[in-house]
Design a protein around this ligand. Sequence first.
Ligand SMILES: [Zn+2]
Length: 241
Amino acid sequence: MAWNRRAFLTATAVGALAAAPSAAADAPRPLPPDVPRPRPPDAPRSTSSRSSPATARAALDALLAGNRRFASGHCRHPHQDGGRRRSPAPGQDPFAVIVGCVDSRVPPELVFDQGLGDLLCIRTAGEVLDEAVLGSVQYGVQELGIPLVLVLGHERCGAVAATLDHLRTGARVPDHLQLLVAEIAPAARRTRAVPGDWAEHAMRAHTAWVRDAIRADPAFAPAHIAAARFDLDTGLVSLLP
Ligand SMILES: [Zn+2]
């Protein structure tokens, strides 16, 4: 059943993308007006005294500023002091959803220099979507009122590499890895003939596809959905078009 639901998800999202074939070549989608995020009246409210970014623009600015600190070796390690740890807020108030890869070199709280309670992180190999991921995103957007969802791919991704190996050799993909390969393969096939680094092209196309699949779902309409690439060599995050 889960597999059928995923196939449905893929087909639906691909169909949505087919209606907008130039999406990958478009410029990054402008951020919405810098207005405070809507918050459902019954959503948990934090009683913390900190001020969390309340708009998508402010949230993205905070992430990119934190990443610059990380890349330059000037991390502040915010919200990790003993007081925050011993006295957590009764409710959580994260300001961004990160849909990222499980790669041990790309932990969102570290690469964005954030702390306890700042980010709602959902990680699967190759940032592959399934119903559990989408349900978690929906919890963040609708229940917590988070204004920004950032899909974070990265260079030299093992899940992408496994997919390319399968397409090159036709080797059988073992057990549960089949889902990862099945979800990444469309982007890999689309970019196979593009000159240059196939793995890099496939990662970018797949990350953008995940972003567009989330955008196409009306459940996430209240949030701004963006995609980015993490550079393992420089430590920098850059937004994808
Ligand atoms: Zn990865």
